[in-house]
Design a protein around this ligand. Structure first.
Ligand code: SF4
Length: 272
């Protein structure tokens, strides 16, 4: 059986519940769209486009307010672009407004961090706004794929600060926690980066949009972790596509107070 192409997300799904992996990646059952996914996409697109803005007219008197206006406008544009999908969720107007405001809070929080960074860079290096903006602009939404490990991933932002490379992923999670799946995702990005560029990134991290960024120094152990987990999933998924070989892992993630696994009704983990 040919090796499947995995991703941090498919590996984490497998580790969470092999049956969920089966439904999602082998049977390819459709997922149920939800507000968290959609607003996550909206926030990502907002930040991705932020760095395309023309800053030639910004000056020291107006740049803070102008950058804030840019973020607000971008979020509004993206929100409008996603209106058909948001409408499809059948949420009431109050709920949609709540999520819009919450997402606005997140991107504005991100913008405040950006403003601190650009201010400190301009002061430290005595450079102009466009120059500092250019230096802070990351490589965005870059696809990294490895034939050797049969894995791929999309990296939100790769920053070059002097000689250092920092890889960053944006998350709208409420918890400010580097849990196991996040560490594995970042370890896989480090491995992919190393394979493509020949060097390890110096730091990998998450910008928790409700909070602040959190970074880890990249250590060789992270690369070993990524290789071990990639190898483990290939060993399993390349040997069988039989549903019975993908066990149900019944946990509180099957069903919780406000939602359920996308495949709950097909899987029936708790019987009828
Ligand atoms: S409902 Fe639970 S057991 Fe079934 S696929 Fe989802 S997570 Fe796995």
């Amino acid at each position: 059986m040919a090796k499947r192409v995995e991703s941090p997300s498919s590996i984490n799904t497998f580790k969470q519940c092999p049956r969920k992996y089966y439904y999602s990646y082998i049977e390819k059952l459709p997922t149920v769209p939800n507000i968290h996914q959609i607003r996550g996409n909206i926030a990502h697109s907002t930040l991705e486009h932020f760095y395309d803005v023309d800053v030639s007219k910004f000056n020291l008197e107006n740049y803070e307010i102008e950058y804030k206006k840019v973020v607000q406008k971008l979020l509004l544009n993206q929100w409008n672009k996603y209106t058909p999908k948001l409408d499809g969720l059948n949420l009431n107007k109050g709920k949609i407004n709540f999520y819009f405001e919450e997402t606005m809070f997140m991107v504005m929080n991100w913008c405040n961090h950006f403003l601190k960074d650009i201010k400190s860079l301009m002061e430290k290096e005595n450079i102009s706004i466009p120059e500092a903006f250019m230096r802070l602009t990351p490589i965005r939404e870059q696809k990294y794929a490895s034939d050797k490990y049969s894995i791929r991933g999309f990296i939100d932002a790769i920053h070059h600060y002097g000689d250092e490379v920092h890889i960053l992923d944006y998350k709208t999670n409420s918890r400010f926690d580097m849990k196991e799946p996040i560490i594995l995702q970042l370890a896989i990005y480090s491995l992919l980066y190393q394979e493509k560029r020949g060097v390890l990134p110096n730091k990998v991290g998450i910008f928790f949009l409700r909070h602040k960024p959190k970074y880890l120094n990249v250590q060789p152990e992270m690369i070993e972790l990524a290789k071990k987990e990639i190898n483990a999933i290939h060993t399993h998924t390349s040997s069988t596509e039989n549903i019975d070989d993908y066990n149900k892992k019944i946990t509180p993630l099957c069903k919780w107070s406000t939602g359920q696994c996308d495949y709950y009704s097909t899987c029936k983990p708790h019987g009828k």
